[in-house]
Every structure is written in structure tokens, then in C-alpha cells.
Design a binder for this molecule. Structure first.
Ligand SMILES: *[C@@H]1O[C@H](CO)[C@@H](O)[C@H](O)[C@H]1NC(C)=O
Ligand SMILES: *[C@@H]1O[C@H](CO)[C@@H](O)[C@H](O)[C@H]1NC(C)=O
Length: 420
């Protein structure tokens, strides 16, 4: 596992040379840290790095519930629920449920890490909503199956297709059954949107259960993305995925104790490694240092990456390479014929998505190109709004951690929730 992490790190280092924003002097940062530097990390930062989602919610004074539901194909996925706001004690009140779905490498934690008033999860709870934070199969909180074990390669044979086809419907049915509502609100960041679009097109009966879908930096068409590291690696990803499967690496960058330790050693505010930590993130997501709270970096890096299957990445690379939003390519005509009845994978039919969709996008999003947003918007069955964020530097990761995300983005989400 550690070796694989190093491999990723080296690949990223190699890629910095093609990134105009990357520091060319990475090697300088490889010097030893002093105990003194480490002891300067604030206690709350260490605490927030170690606590899991439910303990974090508790720490910030909100009610929290943990729910587990079984998907049709046997995965057990976890949701963290903030049933009401911090100062809201009215037990009789009916609160509309909102399901918030994280992006690739992430977990429910990304919606609470910045604390009250700055994190979408807490903001929506304080605004009177019943907040459900989903966790896709395979991440830190959803590594369970009725018969399979995460140590078995078979456990990891899924992409975001299965997350959309099985996990989201299971979560939605569970929430509606539990709350007595017949519809809910949905907010999805990046892969959270991708998987929603899979559900809406492949299981169209679920569209009626959605009041409004708000897509933040939605990844569907990907051929115009700008991320240098992604562009560089995409052509090889299929090979990488195959090789990794052969040697038994099906899980990509699992979240472990190690990453927490590494985060503290390398990514705290005074560390000489800090430029390396920030560059890794900027390489993937776009460059916007002004909106990154560097003090929080150890917390972010401890919770992200939260683990995923390598096939999730491979499937994204296929979208980039093919220019289509379509099913997973098994790489063999026979297998594709068996799975889809045609030699290449079938397209997802976006017209089938009749749930109303509001899209938030930005100019500096490394993973979502403007042309791709236009195409997605044009093909969706019921798009109601396309919202270009006022801050042009806003990046793909800023949706979850921008210092000013509340005024730039979250307030608009709340407004949409209240108007629909
Ligand atoms: C950055 O994070 C620290 C620690 O949580 C917090 O005290 C500080 O107010 C944050 N800065 C900004 C600009 O939000
Ligand atoms: C996509 O779905 C729409 C609406 O149901 C349908 O009219 C159209 O024929 C479908 N397109 C394809 C290629 O199947």
C-alpha cells in the first residue's frame, strides 16, 4: 500500500514539470522536519484530523445519526445524518430531507470539515433541512458487503456506474422510508453528480423522487477538462487499471492511519513540504491558493483520499478519451458484447433525466471544461439553471473547502432549496 502511495507521489512529481503553476523545486522540500515544527500544529487541527464524520458532527454540537443500508448487489453503505440544526429543538417539525453526495476520493466528512457556518452540511441543518451525507461503496465508511470482503479483488469490481445504479437508489429509498417523505433534495459534487446522472438515465423511475438536483462541478462529458495530471495520465489509465488488477491492487489510495500521520508530518502550515501537498491538489483540481486555508490542510489530507476502486478512475479516463458519457468499457469486444449487446459501451441517455437539475460551474475547474458543461446542459431532460460562479478562480476542490464557499456558493444552494 505504501509503495503504491509513493508511486502516485512520484507520478505527481513528474507531472509538476508539465504544470506551469507547479513549483519546479520540489526536491528542496525534502529536508527533515524538526520536533518544534510539529509541536506548533494547533490541537483542534490534530483533533479534526483524527475524528471520523460522526464524532466531528458531535464535536461541533450537532445531533448525529449513523445509518446503514444494503444495496441490491449486497454492499452496505453508510449515511451520516444531521437531523436538525444546532439550536433547533422542535421535535414536531417536518424537515425536508437533503441527500448530499461527495466526489471521487472523498467521503461524508468533506461536508463538515470546515465547521459550522462554513460547511454545507452544517449550514443546511441550521437552515431547517434534514441533512443526509452519503458515502459511496468502497470509501472509508462503506467498506462492507454481505458476502464479499474488501481484501478480495471481487469487492472492488465497480466504478461510479454501480454507485449511481445501486448505492444512490438504496440511499434514497432508505431516506424516504425513514422520513415519510415521497421526494427529497439532492446535492452532488463531481462524482456525486456523475453517479446521479447514471441513476437518472439508467433507472428513470428515480427521477420522480427528486425535488431538485443541484450539481456542483458536474463531471459527465470530460473531453475539455484542463487538469494537466489527468490529461497526462488518462491515455494510460486503462493499462494501469489492468496491471493493477492483475497484481491485486484494486483499491486506489485507501484511507489509512498512515495518511493521517503523513498529513501531519508533511502538510502542516509550517512544513517545508507544504508546497508539495498543495501542488498535488492544485494539479488535479485547478489552482486557487487564495481560497485554501492552509492551516486546515492536515485535516483535509487526513480525510481525503477516503478510498475508492481503481475502476472509478479508469471509467473517468475513458470519458476523457472517448469524449462520450457512456458505460464502462471492458476493453474487449466480447465482454462489451456480453454486457451491452454491442462492441462498444452504450451511451447514458441524459434526456431520460427528467428530475430538475441546476448546474454550478466555474471557469477555473480543472476537471470540468466549459464546453462540457454546455453540452451536458443541452442534453439533460429538465435543466432549470446553469450558474457560472462569480469567482472565476474557483476550482474543482473549492466546492468543498473554499474559504468563501458560503457566500460564493452555499447561499445560492440554500436559496434553491427554499424556492423549490
Ligand atoms: C483557517 O482555519 C483555522 C483553523 O480552523 C481558523 O481558525 C481560521 O479562522 C481559518 N481562516 C479563514 C480565513 O477562514
Ligand atoms: C433517449 O431518451 C429519449 C427520451 O426517453 C428518447 O426519446 C430517445 O430516443 C433516447 N435516445 C436513445 C439514443 O436511445
Amino acid at each position: 500500500m505504501f509503495k503504491f502511495r509513493s508511486l502516485v507521489l512520484i507520478l505527481c512529481l513528474l507531472c509538476t514539470s508539465v504544470n506551469p503553476n507547479g513549483s519546479p523545486h520540489m526536491i528542496e522540500y525534502f529536508s527533515t522536519l524538526t520536533i518544534n515544527e510539529i509541536s506548533r500544529i494547533p490541537k483542534s487541527i490534530i483533533e479534526d484530523s483524527i475524528l471520523d464524520s460522526s464524532r466531528l458532527i458531535e464535536k461541533y454540537g450537532y445531533p448525529v445519526e449513523t445509518h446503514e443500508t444494503e444495496t441490491e448487489d449486497g454492499y452496505l453503505v453508510t449515511m451520516h445524518r444531521i437531523p436538525r440544526g444546532k439550536h433547533d429543538t422542535n421535535d414536531e417539525k417536518k424537515r425536508i430531507p437533503v441527500l448530499i453526495m461527495h466526489g471521487l476520493f472523498c467521503s461524508s466528512a468533506v461536508w463538515i470539515l470546515n465547521g459550522p457556518e462554513k460547511s454545507l452540511g452544517f449550514i443546511l441543518a441550521d437552515q431547517g433541512f434534514d441533512v443526509w451525507l452519503g458515502n459511496a461503496r468502497g470509501n472509508f465508511y462503506s467498506r462492507k458487503h454481505t458476502t464479499l470482503n474488501p481484501d478480495e479483488p471481487k469487492f472492488w469490481k465497480f466504478s461510479w456506474h454501480e454507485i449511481g445504479y445501486y448505492d444512490l437508489p438504496a440511499m434514497i429509498d432508505y431516506i424516504l422510508k425513514n422520513t415519510g417523505f415521497s421526494q427529497l433534495h439532492f446535492v452532488g459534487h463531481s462524482q456525486g453528480s456523475t453517479s446521479f446522472f447514471v441513476m437518472g438515465s439508467e433507472r428513470p423511475e428515480y427521477n420522480d423522487k427528486i425535488i431538485l438536483m443541484q450539481a456542483l462541478g458536474p463531471a459527465a462529458y470530460m473531453s475539455h477538462l484542463k487538469s494537466p495530471i489527468f490529461k497526462y495520465l488518462a491515455p494510460f489509465v486503462f493499462t494501469i487499471d489492468t496491471i493493477m488488477s492483475l497484481i491485486g491492487f484494486n483499491e486506489f489510495m485507501p484511507s489509512s492511519e498512515l495518511s493521517t500521520v503523513a498529513a501531519h508530518l508533511f502538510c502542516h502550515k509550517d512544513s517545508k513540504f507544504l508546497p508539495l501537498c498543495t501542488n498535488l491538489i492544485f494539479l488535479l483540481c485547478g489552482f486557487n491558493p487564495g481560497q485554501l486555508n492552509v492551516t486546515m490542510l492536515p485535516v483535509y489530507i487526513s480525510h481525503i483520499p477516503a478510498g475508492c476502486a481503481s475502476r472509478q478512475l479508469a471509467h473517468y479516463a475513458q470519458l476523457y478519451n472517448s469524449g462520450k458519457f457512456r458505460n464502462y468499457d471492458y476493453g474487449s469486444i466480447l465482454l462489451n458484447l456480453y454486457m451491452y449487446g454491442s462492441s462498444s459501451p452504450t451511451d447514458y441517455n441524459l434526456t431520460q433525466i427528467t428530475a430538475p437539475v441546476a448546474i454550478f460551474f466555474s471557469d477555473n475547474d480543472g476537471m470540468v471544461g466549459l464546453e462540457d458543461v454546455d453540452r451536458l446542459h443541452a442534453e439533460l431532460g429538465n435543466p432549470i439553471k446553469k450558474y457560472r460562479l462569480s469567482m472565476t478562480e474557483f476550482s474543482h476542490i473549492d466546492y468543498i473547502w473554499a474559504v468563501d464557499a458560503t457566500s460564493i456558493l452555499y447561499e445560492h444552494i440554500v436559496k434553491n432549496l427554499k424556492e423549490n
